[in-house]
Design a protein around this ligand. Structure first.
Ligand SMILES: *[C@@H]1O[C@H](CO)[C@@H](O)[C@H](O)[C@H]1NC(C)=O
Ligand SMILES: *[C@@H]1O[C@H](CO)[C@@H](O)[C@H](O)[C@H]1NC(C)=O
Ligand SMILES: *[C@@H]1O[C@H](CO)[C@@H](O)[C@H](O)[C@H]1NC(C)=O
Ligand SMILES: *[C@@H]1O[C@H](CO)[C@@H](O)[C@H](O)[C@H]1NC(C)=O
Ligand SMILES: *[C@@H]1O[C@H](CO)[C@@H](O)[C@H](O)[C@H]1NC(C)=O
Ligand SMILES: *[C@@H]1O[C@H](CO)[C@@H](O)[C@H](O)[C@H]1NC(C)=O
Ligand SMILES: *[C@@H]1O[C@H](CO)[C@@H](O)[C@H](O)[C@H]1NC(C)=O
Length: 263
């Protein structure tokens, strides 16, 4: 049945009254609280204006859902994705930053910056995160226990190129097994260049018992010791595995060649 346009125009005031919705709202319009958190974040970050392609364009003259690097939920105006990769940020991210109040974020990418600070524990507030990319973001030191609470994560990238001064991030307390214990939805885990330095091969058993859905596992230059444990053969979805630059003290065993999806 086709309803004539004039009928719709007639219905609009009633829809507005009965459902309390403003049918004239443009879908995806930014929520005010989200916009002020983003502006607070911009104000606290230290970045090079001349090299920034995204942050430099954030201002209140336009809807924050239209700002580069931002994706909003259709309709609700909640910010669900933030990508500030390659923004030449050199600092200013701490637990008081507006970032950790953007509670609807599902995807966060801060890769390829130079934060040059310890990882703030505030990341744990972002409980809806599905994808977290801090690759080569310049964070240093111990990966906080709070990361183990991001149980919706499907993709976690903390990889960095190894550089002379030694690894920037490490997993000691908590160790690798504790970090991944409840991150059971992970399909991508990239930890290249993180000092995992686990004794023996307990890290293999942690992988095979906690992360059954892994497709991509990248742990080159992690100071891992071996030998690889046969339990890894349980990870039947794995299609990409990188273990180079570790001292596994034995060749990669045959069972790894048996992964049905190995490339
Ligand atoms: C606000 O951002 C827009 C682009 O998003 C830009 O054209 C404009 O110059 C900016 N205004 C100020 C005051 O920075
Ligand atoms: C993280 O972001 C970088 C670029 O910013 C990209 O190359 C890399 O593939 C991303 N990681 C994942 C797991 O998508
Ligand atoms: C940021 O990282 C996400 C995955 O975490 C990836 O999908 C996206 O492509 C990355 N952005 C850029 C610009 O590489
Ligand atoms: C994982 O979840 C279990 C059950 O909720 C909890 O007891 C345990 O402390 C969690 N582990 C970590 C490392 O958070
Ligand atoms: C890696 O971490 C271990 C213990 O946490 C430490 O003894 C070792 O020196 C670290 N390796 C490097 C290269 O930093
Ligand atoms: C690699 O590990 C083996 C056995 O644990 C050890 O004998 C050897 O010295 C290690 N090699 C390096 C380069 O650390
Ligand atoms: C690899 O798979 C083949 C055929 O499925 C099987 O015969 C062989 O025993 C497997 N090898 C290992 C080391 O699991």
């Amino acid at each position: 049945m086709k309803i004539p346009l004039f009928t719709w125009l007639f219905l609009i005031p009633f829809l507005t009254i009965f459902f309390g919705v403003n049918v004239f709202l443009v879908s995806g319009q930014c929520r005010k609280d989200q916009q002020s958190l983003l502006l607070q974040l911009k104000n606290t970050l230290v970045f090079d204006q001349s090299l920034s392609a995204k942050l430099v364009k954030w201002n209140s003259t336009s809807d924050c859902c239209e700002w580069p690097g931002i994706t909003c939920d259709e309709g609700s105006g909640r910010v669900i994705s933030l990508d500030l990769s390659f923004e030449s940020i050199t600092g200013g991210l701490d637990d008081s930053s507006g970032l950790f109040s953007l509670q609807f974020l599902q995807s966060l990418n801060l890769s390829f910056n130079s934060f040059d600070t310890a990882l703030p524990v505030g990341f744990a507030n972002l409980k809806d995160l599905i994808s977290l990319n801090l690759s080569s973001a310049g964070f240093t030191g111990q990966i906080p226990n709070d990361f183990s609470k991001l149980t919706k994560l499907v993709s976690l990238d903390l990889s960095a190129l190894s550089f002379p001064g030694g690894p920037a991030l490490k997993l000691e307390k908590p160790n690798f097994a504790t970090l991944v214990q409840n991150l059971t939805h992970l399909t991508e885990l990239l930890l290249d260049g993180v000092n995992i330095s686990a004794h023996g091969n307990d890290w293999c058993k942690a992988l095979s018992s906690s992360l059954p859905n892994l497709k991509v596992l990248s742990m080159s230059n992690c100071y891992l010791s071996g030998p690889l444990d046969a339990s890894l053969a349980k990870l039947q979805s794995l299609s990409i595995i990188r273990f180079s630059g570790n001292n596994l003290s034995a060749p990669v065993p045959e069972f790894l060649a048996n992964y049905s999806k190995s490339s």
